[in-house]
Each structure stands twice: as C-alpha cells, then as structure tokens.
Ligand binder design. Sequence first.
Ligand code: SAM
Length: 279
Amino acid sequence: MGTIDSLPPLRQVIADHQLSAKKSLGQNFLLDLNLTAKIARQAGDLAGCDVLEIGPGPGGLTRGLLAEGARRVLAIEKDARCLPALAEIAQAYPDRLEVINGDALEVDPLDHLTPPIRIAANLPYNVGTELLVRWLTPPQWPPFWDSLTLMFQKEVAERVVAKPGAKQYGRLAILSQWRADARIAMTLPPEAFTPPPKIHSAVVHLTALPEPRYPADPKILSRIVAAGFNQRRKMLRASLKGQAPDIEDRLIAAGIQPTDRAETVHLEQWCALARGLET
Ligand code: SAM
C-alpha cells in the first residue's frame, strides 16, 4: 500500500474507527492509495478545480484527489461513522476538504462549490445510476460540472459507452453520449476492493460538451428513447406508435426505417426524430 500523504494507511484508519463495511450502504472500500491516486488522475488536472466527491467512506479517493492537487474537495457521506476519519484528512489538508454528512440524493451541493467543478466518486452501487442520470439531465446545459469520473459496476460502465448494435446500447448510452464525451478509463477486478464485490468495476470518464452533439428537445428525446427501448424487441413503428399518428413518415424523415429496432438507431437519428416530433 502506497503512502501519498502523511496520514495513516487506510487499513489502520478502518481499524481505528471501526469502519466495518455495510452492504446496505454499498460499502466496498479502496485501500490502496496508489490506486486511488491513479483514479484521481483520470479526472484530469485538478489544480484549479473544486471536486465534488460522493461517498468518501474512510477517505481513500479523497486523499488521492487532495494529493493530486484538487483546489478543494466537497465530500458528501451518508455514514456518520466515517466523519472522524474524514476530519483527520481535513486537518492534514487545511481549508481544502469540506464534508457534509447526508444523502447525496437529497443534499444540494451547489452552494458549497465554486466553478470549475469536477465530480469524482467511487459510487455506492445502489444510487450510482440515479446520480449519473441526474447529473446528465440538469435544468440547463452546460451543467454545473466540467467532468465526471465515476466508478461503476463494469456492466453499467459498458452501458454508458455502448454504441448502436451492442446489447448494452440503450437509454444510458444516449443520455451520456448526447451531451458528453464518454469513455472507460480503467477497469478494476473485485480484489481491488475491501470487501471484494462479486463483479468487476470500471471507471468512466465523461466530459461535458459545451452544447449537445445534435440539437433536440431533451424532453422529447428522453420520451422517445424511453418508449423505443422499453420495448426494444419491437419495431419502432410499433413501439413509437403512440408518439404521433403519422409516426412512420416521421421515422422515415429522420432517416430511420419504421421496421428498425431501437438498438440499431444512432444518436444522430434519435435527435432528428425528436426534432421532427416538435411540431
Ligand atoms: N470512496 C470510498 C472508497 O473508494 O473507498 C468508499 C466507496 S463505497 C463504494 C460508497 C460510499 O458511499 C460509502 O462510504 C457509503 O457509506 C457512501 N454512501 C452510500 N449511499 C450514499 C448516499 N446516498 N449518499 C452519500 N453517500 C453514500
């Protein structure tokens, strides 16, 4: 286990503060500080940035982000047992770490952050996708964040970066790739975590585009993509028939065959269809 700072090794932190992992909170901790520093580096140059971290736990990634030069880290952690360990980190990095004890689904972090803002997290599996969807669907674009560097189950990461024709291609791919560049930056085996989860994990890096890749109304796009993929085995003329009485004509105008299925339709075509349904 590497030493990237003067704080105790994470195994000792966990023992000292009796942080036995709770499954209900999705707790699979990263204890290798070289690895957490490597994950932090995937978030890019942090020097001039505030970083929002969800679920710092005993603070492995938090320490990586701070050691890699983040201007400030705002960490939101639900489990109050972790607070004393995080307070030690805050002391070692004066004025650079703020911790909020709360549920990331309920806390609004914006008052505590100054742009530019990056988000980095080893997300609790139970809320990871919901947070990603929220960050990808803000009231306005560009969003409050410049990039997202997020650990997911590998299967979720693959859904984020999937291309048409792949079985993982669906709503999450379209939502992610419409307004961001998305790539898998690293994959990690179960043994990288304590306790090891059953599945492999992957870090996804998303960079917000200044504007959407193709114009479309977000609500219409979301509605048709949901309708198309909810019945992904059906032809689009059937799965989208509730969207407009002349849906076949509108599909053709968007360059889509009415007999196509959602999983073969490219992002550009989905956006063209959304525009075609505006009137
Ligand atoms: N970042 C640490 C690491 O990499 O070792 C811990 C990651 S662990 C996968 C997920 C963390 O998220 C846990 O510390 C857990 O307590 C916390 N957590 C779970 N649900 C949460 C929620 N709704 N809001 C904030 N934190 C949450």
